[in-house]
Design a protein around this ligand. Structure first.
Ligand SMILES: *Cc1c(COP(=O)(O)O)cnc(C)c1O
Length: 403
């Protein structure tokens, strides 16, 4: 008999009843150190007092009103995002997938209004993940995501991963007078913590400028402070025309945002898009508190410092690099920026995730044989030390089982 919950997830036999900081407590009372953070969602860990206060204060006043009215909490969060980024304007959603849909619509509408309605093709990259709507799966295009769900929305073309094996010239060659936009994650999350080199992001910006193509960054996973800058593209010193944000921005409350320049957004006039829940007072009150905390330069500097602790073990004897060196039969290398980290594995990462459950450690698998570590951005140093020691234990047990 089919379970009452549609069985689209292969769920671990673990259920949590409570969270605090970087720790989750299971039904049986056991505590787990959480290096998944709801897949980069719980940016400030579980039960952060300032977020509880923001949520409950707003909950006592007003949860929801329709977007047919002005929503001051939404305007406040939009102003904060505009102040802190390249963007001139923001649209709020409830998820990352919806930001992909609007990014696609916005880019196509821009060219339509500019008198070039034939510019509809959006270039994406192998290994990408932009969500699970019919449009977002067509954008990513991997067989795993699209098989059985056709016909797919037309107008996407997937290229190989940019970098060593796919350069500027190859990408230039596929930009035509039909090209609408290039959509890319500055760091692929689901694809296996693959960092696009700064030089490639710069090259894409140049190509887009030369050809009048819009550049869309999907920062749903790598944004909101995860890399030690508010947004990952800031490291490369280039900005997009349109950016997708979700996951961390709500700290666990479902919230997403599309940020855009005035020019890129110029086609999205009254009546062209909408959302029932997107940007409601409750979500925006929480999002504003997350944004206020995460965008503080001192907070971002701490994220970068902690990322370095994981990587170099500056304070701890066993950073991830030395973990890799100690378990060459399990791990190949470390990837990522800040607290968006991946361990490229020689064994199936799912086995490591499973062994983590026994060791009281929560991690997430990704494609390309990568084990993802996406802790709360405010994870204390002691918890990093504990995480490294548990990872060491997990690697030893998996190596022993494989031997
Ligand atoms: C998670 C994710 C999405 C989709 O977000 P949902 O909230 O699950 O709809 C889109 N893009 C990237 C890069 C993501 O990591």
């Amino acid at each position: 008999m089919i379970p009452s919950v549609l069985p689209t997830y292969n769920r671990a036999p673990l259920a949590f009843v409570k969270g605090e900081g970087s720790w989750l407590q299971a039904e049986d009372g056991r505590r787990y150190l959480d290096l998944g953070a709801g897949i980069a969602v719980n940016a400030l860990g579980h039960a952060h007092p300032a977020l509880i206060a923001a949520l409950t204060d707003q909950a006592r006043k007003l949860w929801h009103v329709s977007n047919v009215y002005s929503i001051p909490e939404q305007e406040r969060l939009a102003d904060m995002l505009v102040d802190r980024t390249f963007a001139d304007t923001v649209f709020f959603t409830n998820s990352g997938t919806e930001t992909a849909e609007l990014a696609i619509k916005m880019a196509r509408k821009f060219h339509y209004e500019a008198g070039q309605p034939e510019r509809t093709e959006i270039i994406t990259f192998e290994g990408a993940f932009h969500g699970r709507s019919t449009g977002a799966i067509a954008a990513a295009g991997s067989e795993k995501m699209v098989k059985g769900f056709g016909p797919l929305m037309p107008g996407f073309r997937q290229l190989k991963w940019p970098g060593k094996d796919h350069g500027h010239d190859e990408i230039r060659a596929v930009i035509t007078d039909q090209t609408c936009a290039v959509m890319i994650e500055p760091i692929q999350g689901e694809g296996g913590i693959r960092v696009v080199p700064d030089q490639c992001l710069k090259g894409l910006r140049d190509l887009c400028d030369m050809t009048g193509t819009l550049l869309i960054f999907d920062e749903v996973q790598c944004g909101m402070g995860r890399t030690g800058k508010l947004f990952a593209h800031e490291w490369a010193g280039v900005s997009p025309d349109i950016m997708m944000v979700a996951k961390g921005i709500g700290g666990g409350f479902p919230l997403g945002a599309v940020l855009a320049t005035e020019r890129a957004a110029s086609g999205m006039t009254s009546g062209t898009h909408g959302s029932t829940y997107g940007g409601n007072p409750l979500g925006c009150a929480v999002g504003a508190k997350v944004t206020e905390i995460v965008s503080d330069p001192a907070f971002l500097a701490e994220v970068a410092r902690k990322g370095a602790l994981f990587r170099q073990g500056a304070l701890f004897r066993q950073g991830l690099e030395s973990l890799v060196a100690r378990h060459p039969q399990v791990f190949e290398s470390v990837r990522g920026e800040g607290l968006m980290l991946g361990l490229k594995c020689r064994l199936a990462p799912a086995d490591l995730v499973k062994a983590g459950y026994d060791a009281g450690l929560l991690t997430v698998a990704a494609a390309d044989n990568v084990l993802r570590l996406l802790p709360a951005l405010n994870i204390p140093d002691d918890d990093i030390a504990e995480a490294l020691s548990r990872l060491d234990q997990v690697a030893a047990s998996v190596a022993a089982a494989a031997a």
